[in-house]
Write a protein that binds this ligand. Structure first.
Ligand SMILES: C[S@@+](CC[C@H](N)C(=O)[O-])C[C@H]1O[C@@H](n2cnc3c(N)ncnc32)[C@H](O)[C@@H]1O
Length: 403
């Protein structure tokens, strides 16, 4: 194990990340992740998901609890965190999860399923590797051809204020000062920064977060931060390509800019430069994205004539909200909203879109396109309009088409 990796291990074993309890995380649904690319898998075997750098397993434990038919493998070099993750899996009686000590710089000893992993998650890990590019290439080599990687790495502009605080703290200590001894003065530094460098950033609260989070943010022994050109170079060098952002609206120029000359000019830029434009102005703290092998293609919406034969699922990150009121005639729906991921709820006016959302809200599992169209037909909606509504539900990510 190289020296940097040893230091990273020592830091995370002393401060095992993350604190908190297992939770389902945005982007952790396996079928949803696979639906983002056009490549289809040929087998019906259980999906195999690798969490590369799973830490205490909070993300993977939440995902495994909600997806009992999917097989999850968590790897990390932090033995303390892995022990904790294994105990949590046992306590939850999870049969679809395994944990293994493994260095992402070598992947030595990793059992790769036949044909590779269908999905690889790696959140907040790659930027701590001694050589992120070779780590990413190794991960790519374990990915199935139809597979996707859900990755989060630090973004330079959004994190610059935090990097400045970390640099200020580093002035205070020699290399030999143990991490734990740095914490009090480092917190006082972060308190000063709260009203200055960190003011109005997502990191304002740094002075008061718990020790694990604090060390991860401003006392980390090894991290790289990426801007868009660096990130795109990294993907290209690893034989991978960008497929989509986990939250596309953070990067959608037509949602961020009013119609007019500026939007026209930005739209004319290549995709990478559009994202660069947004990163320079909007300072996103991380790049959370779906990537795939260089030859893979993003999926597109089904064609109208295909809808009947498609199979859909309600998007697992959609929350449907209803306000009900009693009336002499019984319970009536006063207001309907849907909320996707961490966005604000969207009101849904009466009409076919609302009809379908009300139908969907109690339907877990697979929904046949034919059945959904029939619901709308029963409500008096024409064939053409029913298909348009179904496509709009896909476009707005209320439902997704299962492979
Ligand atoms: C910030 S934590 C993220 C943990 C987890 N992915 C999450 O989001 O909760 C970074 C993790 O990467 C792991 N890590 C860093 N370098 C690694 C390496 N070379 N091999 C395996 N794991 C590594 C650390 O031990 C730590 O658990």
């Amino acid at each position: 194990m190289d020296k940097t990796t040893q230091n990273v291990r020592q830091m995370y074993e002393q401060f095992p990340y993350p604190s908190g309890t297992p939770a389902n995380r945005v982007g952790s649904d396996a079928e949803l992740a696979l639906s983002y690319i056009a490549e289809k898998r040929s087998s019906n075997k259980p999906l195999q998901v690798l969490d590369a750098g799973c830490g205490r397993g909070l993300g993977i434990l939440g995902a495994a609890t909600l997806q009992p038919d999917v097989q999850f493998h968590g790897i990390d070099l932090n033995r303390v965190a892995l022990e904790d993750a294994t105990a949590s899996a046992k306590q939850r009686r999870l049969k679809n999860i395994t944990f293994q000590e493994c260095d992402l710089m070598t992947l030595e000893g990793l059992n790769v399923p036949d044909g590779g992993f269908d999905i690889i998650h790696s959140s907040g890990v790659l930027h701590h590797l001694s050589d992120p590019q070779s780590g990413l290439i190794r991960l790519r080599d374990t990915l199935a051809d139809h597979g996707v990687i859900n990755i989060m790495v630090y973004a330079l502009y959004g994190r610059q204020p935090l990097l400045d605080v970390a640099t200020a703290i580093s002035l205070l200590f020699g290399d030999e000062t143990p991490l734990a001894q740095r914490i009090p003065a480092a917190r006082a530094t972060a308190l000063l920064a709260r009203d200055h460098a960190l003011c109005a950033t997502p990191f304002e609260n740094t002075f008061e977060v718990n020790d694990v989070e604090f060390v991860d943010r401003v006392l980390n022994v090894n991290e790289t931060t990426y801007d868009i050109p660096m990130m795109w170079d990294l993907l290209e060098a690893a034989g991978l390509r960008f497929i989509r952002w986990i939250e596309p609206s953070d990067w959608a120029i037509d949602q961020l800019l009013p119609a007019g000359e500026l939007l026209q000019r930005v739209s004319a830029l290549p995709q990478k430069d559009q994202f660069r434009f947004i990163e320079l102005l909007c300072h996103r703290p991380g790049f959370e994205m779906i990537i795939a092998k260089a030859g893979a293609q993003p999926s597109s919406l089904p064609l109208a004539e295909e809808l009947e034969n498609c199979r859909f699922r309600l998007h697992p990150e959609v929350v449907i909200g209803t306000e009900m009121r009693h009336s002499p005639a019984g319970l009536r729906t006063e207001a309907l909203t849907f909320k996707l991921r961490l966005r604000e709820p969207v009101p849904v006016p009466n009409g076919p879109f609302a009809t379908l959302i009300m139908y969907l809200k109690d339907k877990p599992g697979i929904l046949k396109g034919k059945a959904l169209l029939r619901q709308l037909n029963k409500a008096g909606v024409s064939d053409a309009d029913s298909k348009a509504v179904l496509l709009e539900l896909c476009r707005q990510e209320v439902i997704f088409s299962v492979q």
